[in-house]
Design a protein around this ligand. Structure first.
Ligand code: M6R
Length: 628
């Protein structure tokens, strides 16, 4: 969703801010803007634009900004008010002393706005953010009129900065909802303040310069030393200093961490799109995970600090979107291998449906970003009911990781494409490991089966390479089928979640309506869609339900539906039914979801490319959904 980058140092702020914003583009946005302090004229100057960052660049070329070494900037994904220039961030307070960029949602903004309007404040935008800047301005005037009037920066820089901090502290105390904010103060031109509740914010530590950002990629080429700001913390930054405190004023000693991944990880490295690059990274993601988690023929799940089998009699999986589909597969795997009942909930439903949890329930939260608002709310609900939470998460140090009792990092590396690919594959791979581990420890999974599955898992990365070698075949199929106005994805058993995820991938990036169904449900409704104008992707690997899938395919053919099958190498029967076949190498039935993921990702990718869609930043979507 929205992105923030702020800078204080000795270099020119504008190029640093623009480059940082560009690196946050993947999060999804519809307008952008920045503000700097003109140190010569002692005023804050802003530029903002609807549309892409290049349009903001053009505006800055036409209306040049004064040189400045301090500034804040933002990409906005509209929530309150249309995506236009006025609603774009940053936002001033009434006196133009303060400037604010904000990620998140202020839930009580209407009440705060009414109070401020009654006090004579005029609002210019429809955003919830504007209440933050006005509130800071309001408290600042209140504090300064309480006896600190007339302080200039030369006369009392220290005092002014503490007034700035105090005004922010009072303002954030009034806010309900989630927010990460960056704030400039014209009276305090060498400092910027950041604060957060719910929405992520990091501080980057440089040499004679410091940064704030909503996400690591924005500043990765500037510094690898990061402080993850915690909820209800305020950071006060100058070029040489970062001071942290809580909203209530207690000092916090900063924990500086070093980011492990390299700048290459957030660059396309010759691929046409991040999505394609991330699809190609999957064999290595899996190799790394198996190397780390499979040792001496055993599954090792360090990080999961819970005793599982003896106490746990029910597992609840919560997640959103693609991660939810991974969770649905998790149910098949855990119930199949460990015989523990599993319920899977969309996190957005779980948080409102009065779920029944006990101390013997284990909640598994799955999230790439670890910042998804609904998933975090579900975790808080689980904790409130006394359940333990283990998370499967990709982003180290994310809110989810911090709030969970146990954490299983997937270490897939930064995923920039909005459509999740390698993160999904890493999530399902981790769920295989988790199911194996629980099954082995509670005695439900026989040693020989356990060992066989581990051996088969270790072969999956090579199987990925074999499919990738034949990607041009998938590209051809995609080109031939990109004109279809509707796609149906059908799968059975462990590949029912694959059907859902395949359909989600296609619709996200190509905007073609696509539905995923359990193939057994076909006759209960979706068969009505089938004719020569729709395409059906049949996930038909060798399995116990193979014959049933073939029956489905016959029924589709009888209705002139066009079929693309994903089948096991060597299966010639399937060719008689499908118009196109994409083969995957043979593996154990239960592991096929790992392999079918790759063809359906490539199919969606090449269809979207054939349709000239913005693959990495599909319309309306955000990489991490940090608001409800
Ligand atoms: O960061 P998370 O895994 O919690 O995100 C959950 C969903 O928003 C995400 O998977 C979304 O569905 C993706 N765009 C799917 O490609």
């Amino acid at each position: 969703m929205c992105g923030i980058i702020g800078y204080v140092g000795t270099r020119s702020a504008v190029p640093i801010l623009l480059e940082g914003l560009q690196k946050l583009e993947y999060r999804g946005y519809d307008s952008s803007g920045l503000g700097i302090i003109d140190l010569k004229k002692n005023r804050i100057v802003i530029r903002k634009r609807q549309g892409k960052i290049n349009q903001l660049r053009d505006l800055i070329k036409r209306k040049a900004l004064p040189n400045s070494s301090i500034g804040i900037s933002h990409t906005r994904w509209a929530t309150h008010g249309a995506p236009n220039r006025i609603n774009a961030h940053p936002h001033f307070d009434h006196s133009k002393t303060f400037l604010v960029v904000h990620n998140g949602i202020i839930e009580n903004y209407q009440q705060l706005k009414t109070n401020l309007e009654e006090a004579g404040v005029k609002f210019v935008s429809q955003t919830d953010t504007e209440v933050i800047s006005h509130l800071i301005g309001f408290y600042y005037s209140q504090i300064t009129s309480d006896g600190n009037n007339g302080l200039t920066n030369e006369a009392g820089g220290e005092i002014v900065s503490s007034l700035f901090e105090e005004a922010v502290r009072r303002a954030v105390a009034d806010l309900e909802g989630s927010f990460a904010v960056g704030i400039l103060c014209n009276d305090c031109p060498d400092s910027l303040i950041a604060a957060r509740v719910g929405s992520p914010l990091i501080i980057g530590i440089g040499e004679g310069e410091n940064f704030i950002a909503s996400d690591v990629p924005a500043i990765l080429d500037r510094t690898k030393k990061i402080i993850y700001l915690k909820d209800k913390e305020i950071a006060f930054l100058t070029k040489d200093k970062v001071k942290l405190s809580t909203f209530t004023g207690e000092d916090v000693s900063p924990k500086i961490e070093t980011v492990k991944f390299s700048v290459d990880a957030v660059q396309k490295q010759g691929y046409a799109h991040f999505m394609l690059k991330e699809i190609h990274e999957q064999p290595d993601v899996l190799r790394r995970m198996f190397k780390e988690r499979l040792k001496g023929g055993e599954v090792v799940l360090e990080g999961m600090e819970l005793t599982l089998p003896q106490t746990i009699n029910h597992i609840v999986i919560v997640a959103c979107g693609t991660a939810y589909h991974a969770g649905l597969l998790g149910k098949y795997l855990i119930e199949g291998m460990a015989r523990v009942p599993v319920t899977v909930d969309a996190a957005s439903e779980f948080r409102y449906r009065e779920p029944i949890l006990t101390k013997n329930t284990m909640v598994i939260a799955i999230s790439q970003s670890g910042e998804t608002a609904d998933t975090l709310a579900a975790v808080r609900e689980a904790h409130a009911q006394g359940a333990k939470v283990v998370s499967v998460c990709n982003v180290v140090g994310s809110s989810l990781a911090r709030e969970s009792d146990g954490i299983l990092y997937t270490h897939a590396g930064p995923e920039i494409g909005v459509a999740s690919t390698k993160a999904y594959v890493a999530q399902i791979a981790m769920l295989y490991l988790l199911a194996l581990k629980i099954g082995r420890e509670n005695g439900q999974l026989k040693q020989a089966v356990y060992q066989d599955l581990i051996a088969a898992l270790e072969k999956i990365p090579d199987a990925y390479e074999q499919i990738l070698v034949k990607k041009s075949h998938i590209q051809k199929i995609a080109r031939k089928n990109s004109h279809f106005g509707c796609f149906l994805y059908l799968g059975r058993n462990v590949n029912y979640p694959s059907a859902l995820e395949g359909a989600l991938k296609l619709k996200e990036i190509s905007y073609i309506p696509a539905e995923g169904y359990a193939a057994g449900e076909m006759k209960h409704g979706p068969i009505a869609l089938i004719d020569e104008y729709r395409a059906v992707v049949c996930i038909t690997p060798q399995s116990d339900t193979y014959d049933k899938m073939i029956s489905n395919m016959q029924e589709i053919r009888a209705r002139r539906g066009k079929m693309i099958a994903i089948a096991t190498e060597g299966d010639e029967v399937v060719q008689r039914h499908a118009n196109h076949v994409i083969y995957i190498p043979k593996t154990k039935n239960i592991l096929t979801p790992l392999l079918v993921a790759l063809p359906f990702q490539l199919l969606a990718y090449y269809i979207a490319v054939a349709l000239n869609c913005d693959v990495d930043q599909p319309r309306n979507l955000a990489k991490s959904v940090t608001v409800e």
